[in-house]
Design a protein around this ligand. Structure first.
Ligand code: FE2
Length: 377
């Protein structure tokens, strides 16, 4: 499988695909304070203000702020009244990802295909218009309460979506080099992984590209299993984790307990210069998981020679892994919300198309040290 990004020219759509997808359109989080969340992602991660919807734009029940960095659009939405479904979602799960929106050429066809293959409907196709054209959106449920919204924007030249106005506050932070969503990982309940693998195969036409069992992903205490689903052009990759039996509570168990169900565990964002990006993020207060220094003593023996100097990698805590096609550099933030649920990964791919299997053990031990501090191991 070749790894391709939305940047690369000449990425052809795959013939006979059930559901051609051009890339991630946006990721929407339901949060308790959208205005402050948007500020955090600007200040800490370097996102830029893009668009706003709320009372001033005629929306009475919610407020949404949209931020952007290169191809990554994040939407933060909060309810304006009690008793709303958004409020209930936040009460149940804390802040978290509600929508993983997929950019398609035909949102009606995508919806009809998915629903006819067994997807549960979230939103029938709707056309929204303003002076910049029209957008068609539709949506289906996936694991937990997460939904995929199909976005057809070929007849639209506006900033984000009809109904949003430009959001241009005085303050903008400098970008940090984040470019696109590399993958998005879901945690599902014990025994449910294969059900969702089947869902992505049968409903969306995805293929399983990798599989990890509890022998690959285990420490002395905890274990998990994971399968990676990809669409035809490789722009959409969804690893799905489920907990496996271990001596202590795994990170996936902890997530499921605090999120109160299945949901998005992490969103991986790609950069072309991870040392620069992570230095920048760290200096702005983003906290990362740390592996022991000994990790770096054996690193080059394990992965062979790399372009980067070892010292900055060690200082920042960046991990490296190699597969048949090249290597990758990655690092994980600590959880970003009050509940120990969601976090982010920063990844730089230098040929590697995999997900850092060689780092799983060191990484999970780092997570366990955090769990220990929380009393949730
Ligand atoms: Fe990841």
């Amino acid at each position: 499988m070749n790894y391709m990004t939305a940047d690369m020219p000449g990425v052809e759509s795959v013939d006979n695909e059930i559901m051609p997808i051009n890339g991630t359109d946006y990721v929407e989080l339901y949060v308790s304070n959208a205005k402050q969340a948007a500020y955090y992602y600007k200040a800490a991660f370097g996102f830029q203000s893009l668009a706003y919807a709320g009372l001033e734009t005629g929306v009475r029940d919610r407020e949404s702020y949209v931020v952007i960095q290169d191809k990554i659009r994040l939407v933060f939405t909060s309810p304006l009244n009690s008793g709303s479904d958004i409020g209930r979602h936040i009460d149940a799960h804390g802040d978290g990802v509600k929508v993983n929106a997929l950019w398609v050429d035909d949102a009606t066809k995508s919806y009809n295909e998915a629903v006819s293959r067994g997807a549960r409907s979230y939103m029938e196709p709707v056309t929204e218009e303003d002076e910049f054209g029209k957008v068609v959106r539709s949506g289906i449920y996936t694991y937990g309460e997460v939904v995929h919204v199909f976005v057809e924007r070929k007849d639209y030249s506006g900033l984000f979506l009809p109904g949003y106005k430009k959001w241009a506050p005085l303050y903008e932070a400098e970008e940090t080099g984040l470019m696109y969503v590399d993958h998005m990982v879901g945690n599902v309940e014990l025994g449910d992984m294969n059900k969702w693998v089947k869902f992505y195969e049968e409903v969306m036409g995805f293929k399983q590209i990798l599989s990890f069992d509890d022998k690959d992903i285990s420490t002395e205490y905890t274990a998990l299993m994971s399968k990676v689903m990809s669409n035809g052009n490789g722009r959409i990759k969804f690893p799905i984790n489920e907990p496996a039996e271990g001596i202590k509570k795994s990170q996936v168990d902890e997530y499921l307990e605090f999120y109160e169900g299945a949901g998005v565990q992490h969103v991986a964002m790609a950069t072309n210069d991870i040392i620069k990006t992570v230095t920048n993020l760290r200096d702005r207060g983003v906290e990362f998981l740390k592996v022991p220094n000994t990790y770096y003593d054996e690193l080059l023996d394990r992965v062979g020679s790399i372009d980067e100097d070892l010292e900055p990698l060690r200082e920042l805590g960046i991990l490296v892994d190699r597969d048949d096609e090249g290597y990758l550099l990655q690092i994980f933030t600590k959880t970003v919300n009050p509940r120990p649920t969601m976090f982010f990964e920063i990844i730089q791919r230098k040929g590697a198309t995999s997900f850092g299997k060689g780092n799983f053990k060191a990484l999970f031990e780092a997570i366990e040290r955090e769990q220990e501090l929380r009393g949730t191991l």
